[in-house]
Design a protein around this ligand. Structure first.
Ligand code: SF4
Length: 331
């Protein structure tokens, strides 16, 4: 008998794992982790890191085992130590304090795409713009970005916040920037609403939401079309991982955010034929392998990959941490 598979009807195959591509580490996370690792290799432990270098429990626990010490307040870093700023960036006040601390070396692991927003916001502030930032309150990237300027900047988290802004609708110089890891679709709605609220609004020159966030969200959209459930590997404090889970849910697919494979509940997979698997930008591939092993035990023995886009972005390391560069300071 010839089986016809109609569009939008899921194939009657074995239980299948469908891997999203791209998934997992982005160029900014790769660079940030490499900075801490190479600093440990080159200068020895301890290396102090201001905030979790990336929001992933596995990565942070591994770096702790190798001698990284994560702190929130740079006043807690002993004099003569080496300090690394996390991928999320830091406010100017943190840099200023660190510079008074008589540290041996400071490495900046801020993602270059976050630094780009810092440059933009400082330039806007200098030109006299009132700035609106779209982002999540309390997220270190938002604190770092807003902390590049001294006042005249407002944070909004959603469309409802727009009405609460104490800014005149016809203010001549007004600009908006966004966190890099937001929901692409929600942010578009917020920016549209802002444009109707402020006639002179200046939008970002280039999208502030980064390529990795965009690509992982596009891949989840594609997964949601062909899967009955989606597993997202990522930590609870990872903004981009949470957005992936929400996106699949909003498209009507059961979705779960997990740090590790042992968090999978078998009942999540009841009546699931195709399970989608992706990972946030700070989750390493080894965790994907762990999840695949557990899914194999639950009868998902076939693996397909859904390719949405190939990524080639790579960010250079600080000069001192490139291989074959002599040690310029040691303790
Ligand atoms: S998610 Fe985007 S902004 Fe954040 S570290 Fe990765 S590339 Fe940079």
């Amino acid at each position: 008998m010839i089986q016809t598979i109609h569009q939008n009807v899921k194939p009657l195959s074995d239980k299948t794992i469908i891997l999203a591509n791209p998934r997992g580490f982005c160029a900014g996370v790769d660079r940030a982790i490499a900075i801490v690792r190479r600093a440990l290799d080159k200068y020895g432990a301890p290396i102090y890191v201001r905030h979790e270098v990336v929001h992933n429990k596995y990565v942070v626990d591994n770096l702790k085992k190798r001698g990284a010490i994560f702190i929130e307040d740079v006043n807690d870093v002993p004099e003569g130590s080496i300090l690394v700023y996390s991928a999320h960036g830091v406010p100017l006040s943190v840099r200023e304090t660190a510079e008074t601390r008589n540290l041996n070396l400071i490495f900046d692991a801020t993602c270059p795409l976050v630094s780009k927003v810092h440059v933009e916001i400082k330039s806007l502030h200098k030109k006299g713009y009132t700035i609106i930032m779209v982002g999540h309150k309390g997220h270190p990237e938002v604190e770092g970005t807003m902390g590049q300027v001294d006042g005249n900047i407002y944070l909004i988290e959603n469309i409802l916040d727009i009405e609460k802004l104490p800014i005149s609708p016809d203010i001549p110089k007004i600009a908006v920037v966004t966190q890099t890891t937001l929901s692409v679709d929600e942010t578009r709605e917020i920016l549209n609403k802002l444009q109707t609220s402020f006639s002179n609004l200046r939008l970002p020159k280039n999208e502030d939401i980064c390529y990795a966030t965009q690509n992982r969200q596009d891949a989840v959209k594609a997964l949601a079309k062909v899967c009955d459930a989606v597993l997202v590997i990522g930590s609870k404090n990872s903004s981009n991982s949470n957005r992936l889970k929400e996106l699949a849910e909003n498209l009507g697919v059961k979705s779960y955010l997990i740090d590790f494979a042992d968090e999978i509940h078998q009942e999540w997979l009841t009546n699931v034929k195709n399970v989608g698997l992706t990972a946030g930008a700070s989750a390493p591939e080894i965790l994907v392998e762990g999840v695949i092993n557990v899914l194999n035990k639950y009868g998902f023995n076939k693996i397909d990959t859904l390719n949405v886009v190939e990524e080639e972005m790579v960010f250079a390391l600080p000069h001192e941490l490139r291989e074959n560069t002599p040690v310029i300071a040691s303790r």
